[in-house]
Design a protein around this ligand. Structure first.
Ligand code: GDD
Ligand code: MN
Length: 377
C-alpha cells in the first residue's frame, strides 16, 4: 500500500482496515442494534460502518447520522431521489478508503458473527468471501417463507449457470472483498436490482480469470424488524441481469426489460382492442386508437417502474415523460412500418419475417431514443 502520509493515523484514530456497507431503506429499528453487534464482533479491529440510506420515510438516515455524531467509526451516505440495493452498495463501497469492503443487510438476517472469519479468509488470499446459506453448516429455513425459498432455489440454480456449482449461494447479499478488486470491476456493474454479488463475480472472472472464492456458512435468520423490499419487479430485474450476463453484455438488462414490457404491451393492446371493438362496439379505427394509447401508457408505466426504476419519473416529470414517450413511440411505429415495408417490397423476406424485423426495429428505436430522451441519466 502506498500512502501520502508517513503516519496514517491521528491521535485517537486508526484508519479502518474494513468498511462494512449497510444499505438501508426503512430500517430505523434495525440499524442501531446492528451497529452494536458489529462493534462487538470487531472489538479491537479498526473498521467502519457506512450506512447508505435512500432517504427512507421512517428517518433511518437521520438516526444513522445521530449515531455517526457519537461514534467516529460510523458514517451515513444519505441519497436523495434514488432507490436501489445494488446502487446503494456500489456507492457505499466506492466511498471507502479501506483495504477491504463488506456488505451486510440491516435487518439482522445475515449473521454478523462470521464477519471476522470472512475477513481472515480475504487476508489469507481469497479474492471474494461469501456468506453462504447453502453449504456446510449453513441454512436458510428460518429466514424464508416457503414461497421465497422456492424463488431463491430457482434463482440460485439459474445463477449457477453463470458461476458454476462451486459457488453455493450466488444470491447472497452478504460478502466481503478487497477494495482493489471492487475498483477494477465497478465501471461495468449493473446498478439495477438486488444481485450485485453475482455481477461482481462474473465481471471479476471475466477481467482476471479464475478468481478464488471462499465461502463461510451461516444460518439465515428471520428479519429483526420492518419489511422486506423484495418484489416481483426485483425478481424480473434479476432475470434480466442473468440473460444480459449470458449474452455477455451485448443485451443490457434494461434492453431486455424494455423488450419484455413491449411484449406485454401487445397483450394489453389486443385486450383493449377486443374490449372496445367487440364489447363496446366502437368502430375499428377508434378502437385501434384507444388500444394503442392504452398500450403505450401501460408500457410507459411499466418501464418507469421496472426498466428505469432507478430513474423513476414522478410528479410533473411523469407527465412530460409520458408525452415524450408517446412521441418517440409514434416515430418508432413509423420506423417499424417503413423497415418492414422496404424488406417486404424488395422481396428480401416473406411478410412474417418482414413484420418481425419491423417490430425489432421499433423496439430498438424506442429503447435507444427513450433512454436518452425520456429517462435521461
Ligand atoms: N439503500 C437502499 N435502497 N437499501 C435497500 C433498498 C434500496 O432501494 N432496498 C433494500 N435495501 C436494503 C434493506 O433495507 C436491507 O438492509 C437490505 O437492503 C436487504 O433488503 P431486504 O428487503 O431485507 O431484502 P431480502 O431479505 O428480501 O433479500 C436479501 O436476501 C437475499 C437472499 O435471499 C438481500 O440480501 C438480497 O441481496 C439477497 O439475495
Ligand atoms: Mn432481508
Amino acid at each position: 500500500m502506498t500512502s501520502t502520509l508517513a503516519q496514517p493515523s491521528v491521535a485517537g484514530w486508526t484508519a479502518p482496515k474494513l468498511s462494512v456497507v449497510v444499505p438501508t431503506f426503512n430500517e430505523r429499528d434495525n440499524i442501531v442494534p446492528l451497529i452494536d453487534k458489529l462493534e462487538t464482533v470487531f472489538a479491537g479491529v479498526p473498521f467502519e460502518v457506512i450506512v447508505v440510506d435512500d432517504n427512507s420515510p421512517d428517518g433511518t438516515a437521520e438516526l444513522a447520522k445521530t449515531v455517526a455524531g457519537e461514534r467516529p467509526h460510523v458514517r451515513c451516505i444519505h441519497r436523495i431521489g434514488r432507490r436501489g440495493l445494488s446502487s446503494a452498495v456500489i456507492e457505499g463501497m466506492a466511498s471507502s478508503a479501506a483495504e477491504f469492503v463488506a456488505v451486510i443487510d440491516a435487518d439482522h438476517q445475515h449473521d454478523e458473527s462470521i464477519l471476522p472469519r470472512m475477513l481472515s479468509e480475504a487476508e489469507g488470499g481469497a479474492d471474494i468471501v461469501v456468506g453462504t446459506r447453502y453449504a456446510g453448516e449453513g441454512s436458510s429455513e428460518a429466514g424464508f417463507t416457503k414461497g421465497r425459498q422456492t424463488g431463491s432455489t430457482i434463482a440460485t440454480r439459474l445463477s449457477q449457470l453463470l458461476t458454476g456449482k462451486a459457488l453455493s449461494d450466488p444470491m447472497s447479499g452478504f460478502f466481503l472483498l478487497r477494495r482493489e478488486l471492487f475498483n477494477a470491476v465497478v465501471p461495468g456493474l449493473s446498478r439495477e436490482g438486488f444481485k450485485i454479488l453475482l455481477d461482481i463475480i462474473v465481471s471479476a472472472n471475466r477481467k482476471r480469470g479464475g478468481i478464488t472464492i471462499a465461502e463461510v456458512p451461516y444460518s439465515f435468520r428471520p428479519r429483526h424488524a420492518g419489511e422486506s423490499k423484495m418484489s416481483p419487479l426485483i425478481a424480473a430485474q434479476f432475470l434480466g441481469l442473468i440473460v444480459s450476463q449470458i449474452s455477455r453484455g451485448v443485451l443490457p438488462t434494461s434492453f431486455l426489460l424494455f423488450s419484455l414490457v413491449g411484449a406485454s404491451g401487445v397483450f394489453v393492446h389486443l385486450a383493449t382492442l377486443t374490449f372496445a371493438f367487440d364489447m363496446l362496439g366502437f368502430n375499428f379505427a377508434n378502437s385501434q386508437l384507444v388500444a394503442t394509447l392504452v398500450a403505450m401508457t401501460t408500457n410507459f408505466i411499466l418501464n418507469n417502474e421496472l426498466t428505469y426504476a432507478d430513474k423513476r419519473l414522478r410528479g410533473r416529470r411523469f407527465f412530460t415523460g409520458l408525452l415524450s414517450f408517446y412521441l418517440v413511440c409514434s416515430f418508432g411505429t413509423l420506423a417499424n412500418v417503413s423497415v418492414a415495408s422496404i424488406i417486404y417490397e424488395a422481396n428480401l423476406a416473406n411478410f412474417f419475417v418482414a413484420g418481425i424485423a419491423g417490430a425489432v426495429m421499433s423496439v430498438v428505436f424506442n429503447y435507444s431514443v427513450t433512454r436518452t430522451f425520456t429517462w435521461r441519466s
